[in-house]
Design a protein around this ligand. Structure first.
Ligand SMILES: Cc1cc2nc3c(=O)[nH]c(=O)nc-3n(C[C@H](O)[C@H](O)[C@H](O)COP(=O)(O)OP(=O)(O)OC[C@H]3O[C@@H](n4cnc5c(N)ncnc54)[C@H](O)[C@@H]3O)c2cc1C
Length: 338
């Protein structure tokens, strides 16, 4: 049997399907359509058949549900064992996972067991029209170049993809697909690993990737004290604070706030960029935002190339005025409610 089709590895955490699954489905759908092949999605867990319908609505032709109590929580060896077994049976020519803790942990294990290559942390994926190979694009040499990598001889071609680097497709309730329930014998899940507890890392407690609104500040703010304007505006809007790398390097905010190639990729409904030039490295982390508003005194700043709304002006005039207006609006609402 030859290798055919595209397979994405969905993620469930604590019995909930993680939204990154839908981003992978959007990526996988594009590749599968270019190859005129089927898109499958595999989810591992226990009593998770209910996810199948939503996965089909977001683009999968086939959903593999691998069900076993040993898969209720993520453990590298049982997950890798099940996925390796399925990959050998289904023989997809491409396997994609998210570049999350789960994806980054299991994909090298699976690639080694299948004796194939793996490109980690891709920001771009495409199909070469000439040889139908997967084009896997990622930053290389410290982020100074974008490298496009191919896997010409081994199969499957495997890649992890940065979360938030693709928009999920909206649910199409008319889509139909095949659901395949896989129950493997218990001994393949045998492991020396045990989940003892789940402890949230509160030092990284900045929800910039999950926020609907991000207010990001750049070096144009000039000092740490001035950067508080960004924090105040973010707080008024119920937004997360983002920053350019230069701002993080200057120590005005911590690394979890950094947006861009060497920081986080975000895709909020609204991204407000203030005093930020819009370097290619910064744009790589925010250009899939739904609406971008930029405030910059330089009308030629690159950030205006991706902005839906641009204000050419001095941020030290514009931001205080905007903040005042928002405060007035907020107070007005309180008075009306009272
Ligand atoms: C390998 C590598 C990885 C990188 N990764 C990242 C990354 O992940 N994220 C990232 O952001 N960068 C990254 N960079 C750095 C990137 O190249 C830029 O240096 C950085 O994004 C610039 O930050 P900035 O926009 O805050 O500063 P600047 O480029 O200095 O821009 C400041 C902007 O503020 C405007 N301004 C100044 N004063 C005012 C004012 N009073 N009112 C309004 N506007 C004003 C200016 O017109 C200017 O456009 C990376 C670089 C490399 C080499």
């Amino acid at each position: 049997m030859t290798y055919r089709g595209v397979m994405v590895i969905g993620e469930q955490r604590g019995g909930e399907l993680h939204p990154v699954t839908y981003e992978l489905l959007a990526r996988g759908r594009v590749l599968a359509d270019k190859l005129s092949e089927e898109l499958s999605c595999v989810v591992l867990g226990h009593e998770i058949e209910r996810f199948a319908e939503g996965i089909i609505q977001r683009g999968a032709d086939i959903v593999y549900i691998v069900d076993n109590p040993a898969l209720r929580h993520f453990l590298p060896r049982p997950y890798a064992a099940a996925l390796t077994r399925l990959a050998k049976e289904a023989k997809p020519e491409i396997i994609l996972a998210a570049a999350t803790t789960q994806g980054r942990t299991i994909m090298p294990l699976i690639a080694a067991r299948l004796d194939t290559g793996l490109t980690a942390d891709c920001t771009g994926l495409d199909i070469d029209p000439l040889d139908r190979l997967l084009l896997q694009t990622r930053p290389a040499i410290g982020g100074n170049v974008m490298a496009t990598i191919k896997t010409p001889t081994s199969r499957p071609q495997m890649a992890t993809v940065r979360p938030k680097s693709a928009k999920p497709n909206s649910a199409d309730k008319t889509r139909e697909g095949l659901v395949v329930l896989k129950t493997y014998e218990d001994n393949i899940f045998a492991t020396c690993e045990e989940l003892i507890d789940f402890v949230k890392d509160t030092t990284q407690d900045v929800n910039v990737q999950d926020a609907d609104i991000v207010v990001a500040g750049g070096k144009g703010l000039k000092t740490r004290d001035n950067f508080r304007m960004i924090e105040e505006l973010a707080s008024l809007l119920g937004a997360a604070v983002g920053a350019s790398r230069d701002v993080v390097d200057l120590g005005w905010v911590g690394y979890p706030h950094q947006i861009g190639l060497s920081g986080k990729t975000v895709s909020p409904k609204l991204y407000i960029a203030i005093g930020l030039s819009g370097s290619v490295q910064h744009l790589a982390g925010m250009q899939t935002s739904e609406t971008v508003v930029a405030i910059n005194k330089d009308e030629d700043a690159q950030i205006f190339k991706v902005a839906d709304f641009g204000i050419v002006g001095d941020l030290f005039d514009v931001v205080p005025e905007l903040t005042e207006k928002l405060k007035e609006k907020k107070n007005g609402e309180c008075v009306r409610k009272g």
